[in-house]
Structures are given as structure tokens and as C-alpha cells.
Design a protein around this ligand. Sequence first.
Ligand code: KG4
Ligand code: ZN
Length: 351
Amino acid sequence: RRAFTVLALESSADDTCAAVVDSFRNILSNVVIKQHDLHETFGGIHPTVAIEAHQRNMPRAIRTALSDARLSVNDVDGIAYTRGPGIGGCLSVGSNAAKNIAAALNKPMVGVHHMQAHALTPLLTSPPSDSPEFPYLTILVSGGHTLLLLATSLTKFRILATTADESIGRAFDKVGRILEMQWGTHGPAASLEHFASLALPEEIAKAPTFPRPFWKKPAFSYASLHSTVERHVHSLGGVNNLDVSARRGLAHAFQKSAVDQLEDKLSQALLWCANRSVDVRGVVVSGGVASNQYLRSRLDIFCSGQSLRTFFPPVLLCTDNAAMIAWASMHRFLGQDHDSYEIELRPKWSI
Ligand code: KG4
Ligand code: ZN
């Protein structure tokens, strides 16, 4: 059988993405144009700035995705894009581009749910013989998401826990700044991880234990963790008053507490599943925060204790990208289940 080739666009938050993927799981190109530097000064995504950047960058993302794949747009069989959830104005840049390309070429088009695409990524990145089998759990941890999902089929997902306030990634960024970590090549969170890894056992022993918020609830709270760290540093007279040992201990204690919360919710989710006879065998961990090696090894240890396999898709495909959008659209294209060119966006779209 000939491969079905999809050109996909993603612009739900601050990355402008275009990718070409075929039905044999080949990622022919995967272009991500970041705009982190634009939002650094605002301390978050500024919608107008993000929309303008998407408008500026989307044509180049599309051009590069096709030329990296060595394809002409006529070789593409279908166009996919992120229909939601996300920032409306941002979504519309990818959606309008996708609709116009599809209409001009008279090709089928599919609008994709961004979270479903994240949850299905491991099915793209590992061969079927080594992919998680349904039902599986997905921990999605990034600057935009803190989610624990149950995936029961290509189209059925359930949110078992999400954050009540800010995302785990933002908490890492903020605590990184509180502890005056360098921006470095990978941002303050990655610098914080490295710094925490240098903490000596006695420095770890001396550091405070931060509380585990919402102990019994299916919700994360990372704003409360980051403000606890902030208050603690403040009570000691500010970060400049702390020697390197104390700061390393604090970095470690924060990181430990951040992962404790993930483990807590994972235990609760497993209980929830067991009570409903849902036989979970695998846990997928993805998102920008999943590049943290401490988090990976803690979750590996936890899951192997529960006879669960862990899956960590490559970081490049865990952070926002259009290859995952292409893959999430594939079963619909192959089943001839397309959307009309009039289909509206879903900025708020439950899973
Ligand atoms: O998925 P991602 O690249 O994009 C957005 O969500 O926008 O995730 C970025 C997040 C940032 O908030 C950053 O703090 C976090 O991933 N991150 C990390 C590490 N590297 C990036 N968090 C913890 N440890 C790291 N090494
Ligand atoms: Zn995302």
C-alpha cells in the first residue's frame, strides 16, 4: 500500500510548527520556530505578540517543512492542523493557513485536539511492537500543561488530574529565577536541575521538606509550591544571604517536592483505575519538563515498583510540534473521516 502523507500545522501557544509525516510513521520533516525570547520579558505568553509572531513565521515553517521533506505541496495527501484547545488568535493562524492550502489544492483536511496529539505521540515514536498498549496513562508536564490522562483508545481520553493553578514548567522557571539560576542554553529550569544534582547528602538533609498540596485530591498545585519556596527564601533574608550549600539543598528540595506531587497523583490514578477494573500497563511521560533526568529516574523507579512500563518519547516530540498533530489526524484520514472547510476553532475544548 502507498503511504498517506500529511502536512500538519500547529500554532496553539507560542511555537509555530509545521511537519510532514506519512502513514508508515516516517517523520519526513518537523519544523519548530520558537518565540521564547519574545515572551521572556512578559513572564508568559503575550497573545498579541504570539499572534504576530505566528503570522510572521508560519509561511517559513510551511516552506521549510516541505523542502526538508523534499516534497512539493502536490505530493501531500491531506492537511491537518490544531483545532484547539489554545489561544484563539494563535490557533486561527494555523487553522486559516491549513484551510486555505486544503481548499486551494482540493485536499481533505482534519482539525486535531492538541492534548490528544500529545497523548498519542508514543504511538508515533516507537514501533507498534514497542508502543504502550491501551489503556495507558500519560503524564504531560510542560510550561503549558500539567496533566495526568488516561488514554483508552485513539479517540477516548479522560483527564484524571490537572493543575489548579500554574503549570509545573512555570514553577520550575520561577524557582529557577528565585534561586538566581543562569538562563544558560536551556533556560533556568535546566540550570536548576543541574544545580540540584550537585547537592551533597548533608545539604539535602539540611533542606526543608516542602508540603504536598491537595494530598487526597486529583489536582496539582504548583503555584503553592513555588510560593512556599519564595517565602522560605524571603524568611532567610533573600537569596543573596544563602551560601551555595543552602541554595543547592533548596533546589533539590523543590525538585523533590515537584516530583512527589506527580507520584502522589499517579498513585491515586492507579487506584482509581484499579477500582474500575481498568488494567493499566504503561505510563507515558512527555512535555518539556520530562527532559528532567531526576524526574525520569524517580518515575522509572516508582513505575517499576508497580510493574508498569514507562515510555519517554524524545523531548523534541514531547514539546509542542506538528508531527504529533499529523499523527493524531492519520487514523481519521485513513478512515476517510474529514472535516469541512467551514469547521470552527475550539479554543476551549475538553478532551
Ligand atoms: O513543552 P515545552 O518545551 O513548552 C511549553 O510548554 O511552552 O516546555 C517548556 C517547559 C518550561 O517551562 C521549562 O521550565 C521546562 O519545560 N523545562 C524543564 C527542564 N527543561 C525544560 N523543567 C524541569 N527540568 C528541566 N531540565
Ligand atoms: Zn502542548
